[in-house]
Design a protein around this ligand. Structure first.
Ligand code: GTP
Ligand code: MN
Ligand code: MN
Length: 607
């Protein structure tokens, strides 16, 4: 089939006159040879058409209209359930620019390999073109992109996660820059083939060309690998843009905390995947008089404003949250958001009356259809929902969205939190002495591995600023960028930096701190540190809260547990040193002197 005969490619049929975009679409169509090209408009009509198609294909199940209005549950291929870090590549021109933490292949070689894979890869399928915008369309410099995909599931999910529709094409005009994001499932159909419910390929590539600001993804239909506006654009490509342009693209939630005096504080927090960002973003404070509102649960773009403060914007439009563990007590605001409907679930369990269920959700069921589409009873071997099962839901449905969540100006950040999942060593909350010390804390974030990516669950890995899987360039340059941004700013206007750990455990393995809504007590201490009204103790690792300085009113916990959660155990920290040493030598020559200085000072304080 020549390009002229691919329906949807006829001259003048596209809803844009952006020449570069038109040429790229034609070029990809010629390469991938789809049955037709369809421009996505993000309309309700499109939603209905595509969900009908996926229902017929067995990819999704329609959920009960009363309990889960306009919502669907998809089951992925059992081998396509998480981001694939071992198949994620940063193909910068020079290997050193990808750095030691990323897989690198020469871009020319990678383009050749993937061009071969893309050849005919959309045969028998529809090629969708999705113009999208990360962040508000009304921004001075809106961050535009176009994803080409042969997955209807991706089209539906992109409508939830990003700003799509005719307004994006309008903003693109005839010549605005956009990030080219190409995605193919790698599952062409020959005439007469019957399709599978979740097409994908055992061979997977999630590739980024940072200098060209391009993304090529092949072989996976799963969220982070396939919804290219999210991790691929808003973190990996955007981090490279941010490095060049003097801003930050971070794996952070954005939260607004309102004191009883009605004073608002904006907080950004970076925790590795499945370590509590979405939970904290939607926190329901347990302290009387304190309220929280959310602005984002996964990604923050931050730049200095004219007033010298650091402003954050959430580039996303929806939540792509971890389902297991989400319930009416751990995260009531997420539950309320889901109750509004319009949700695409992936790899959750479905009840006999077509509601959803996952481990940790209220209610128990004698029978379910599990995430693999099989019958499940409480006696069954595995979990009913996959540990990395997700909900994809419009952010606007969250009952505690801050009114300013869509403001292109963003919000001024007063505190940055780093954290990870650590059973031992790391106190509940520690304040950095200054910006550089805070960057050191971020640089040494360590976390036990979760199910959000492939790998051994439980092993500790260093995850700088929770960005390890999402850095679009060399980690040493990235840490230097953080240090330099701090130096360029007015110190008194910089956010204060804190390190939190909700996950410390006692000798009997139980969590020492109740977490979730009770984390508001830690947030209150942080606010009081910003205001200079709360006490803390100087320790070798920073300023740590004391049990007395935390508001524990009405909290039903053993005070000894709180003390243990806050303890700085010098012996444990000494044990930490070789692993930091190992991590920094892995970072290599580009480790900033400022970070090396902080490490030397820490070792001295622990000696
Ligand atoms: P990504 O969306 O993958 O980037 O992850 P996330 O950081 O948003 O993770 P999420 O908020 O979904 O956290 C998921 C896991 O952390 C669940 O198992 C929660 O139960 C657990 N969790 C969140 N907050 C707390 C807490 O305060 N204490 C404890 N013990 N567990 C928590
Ligand atoms: Mn994330
Ligand atoms: Mn999340």
């Amino acid at each position: 089939m020549t390009s002229a005969t691919i329906p949807g490619l006829e001259p003048g049929s596209a809803p844009t006159r952006h020449q570069e975009l038109l040429e790229w679409v034609a070029e990809v169509a010629r390469l991938t040879q789809p049955d037709q090209v369809v421009w996505s408009d993000g309309s309700d009509e499109e939603w209905t058409r595509l969900t009908d198609e996926l229902l017929a294909a067995g990819t999704i199940t329609k959920l009960d209209e009363e309990k889960q209005p306009n919502s669907f549950a998809a089951n992925s291929d059992p081998a396509d359930v998480a981001r694939v870090e071992s198949r994620t590549f940063i193909c910068s021109k020079r290997e050193i620019d990808a750095g030691p933490t990323n897989n690198w292949v020469d871009p020319t070689e990678m383009r050749a390999t993937m061009t071969e894979l893309y050849t005919g890869s959309m045969r028998g399928r529809t090629m969708y073109v999705i113009p999208f915008c990360m962040g508000p369309l009304g921004a001075d410099d809106p961050k535009l992109g176009v994803e080409i995909t042969d997955s209807a599931y991706v089209v539906l999910s992109m409508r939830i996660m990003t700003r799509v529709g005719p307004a994006v094409l309008e903003t693109l005009g005839t010549d605005k820059f956009f990030v080219k994001a190409l995605h193919s499932l790698g599952a062409p159909l020959q005439p007469g083939d019957t399709d599978v419910p979740w097409p994908c390929n055992t061979e997977k590539y999630i590739t980024h060309f940072p200098e060209d600001r391009e993304i090529w993804s092949y072989g996976s239909g799963y969220g982070g690998n396939a919804l290219l506006g999210k991790k691929c654009y808003s973190l990996r490509i955007a981090s490279a843009m941010a490095h060049d342009e003097g801003w930050l693209a971070e794996h952070m939630l954005i939260l607004k905390l309102i004191s009883p005096e009605e004073k608002a504080y904006y907080i950004a927090a970076a925790f590795p995947s499945a370590c509590g960002k979405t939970n904290l973003a939607m926190i329901q404070p347990t302290i009387p008089g304190w309220r929280a509102e959310t602005l984002g649960d996964d990604i923050a773009w931050m730049r200095f404003g004219d007033d010298g403060r650091l402003y954050a914007v959430n580039p996303e439009f929806g939540f792509f949250g971890v389902a297991p563990g989400t319930n009416w007590s751990s995260n009531p605001n997420a539950m309320e958001t889901l109750k509004q409907g319009n949700t695409m679930y992936t790899n959750v369990a479905v009840t006999d009356d077509k509601d959803v269920w996952w481990e940790g959700l209220e209610g128990s069921h004698d029978h379910l259809i599990d995430w693999q589409g099989k019958d499940w009873t409480p006696e069954s071997d595995g979990p009913a929902a996959h540990p990395n099962s997700r909900y994809c839901v419009p952010m606007s449905q969250c009952p505690i969205m801050a009114p300013e969540w869509d403001d292109p100006q963003g919000v001024p950040i007063s505190a940055i939190l780093f954290g990870g999942r650590r059973k031992t060593t790391v106190p509940l909350v520690t304040e950095a002495r200054d910006w550089q010390h805070g960057v050191f804390m971020g640089a040494t974030v360590g976390s036990e591995q979760t199910a959000a990516a492939e790998g051994t669950v439980g092993a500790i890995r260093r995850d700088p600023m929770a960005m390890l899987p999402f850095l679009g360039y060399n980690v040493g340059d990235y840490l230097q960028h953080w240090i330099e941004l701090g130096k360029s700013a007015d110190e008194s206007k910089l956010p204060k930096v804190f390190y939190v750990n909700w996950f410390r455990r006692g000798a009997d393995k139980r969590f020492l701190w109740p977490g979730f809504g009770e984390n508001s007590r830690v947030l209150k201490w942080i606010v009081e540190r910003i205001e200079g009204t709360a006490g803390g103790v100087e320790t070798p690792v920073g300023i740590v809260a004391t049990p007395e300085a935390l508001d524990l009113d009405g909290l039903d916990v053993d005070i000894d547990d709180v003390a243990e959660a806050l303890a700085v155990n010098v012996d444990e920290w000494r044990e930490e040193i070789p692993s930091i040493e190992e991590w920094f030598s892995f970072v290599g020559d580009k480790l900033p002197t400022g970070i090396a200085d902080e490490f030397a000072a820490l070792k001295q304080r622990l000696a």
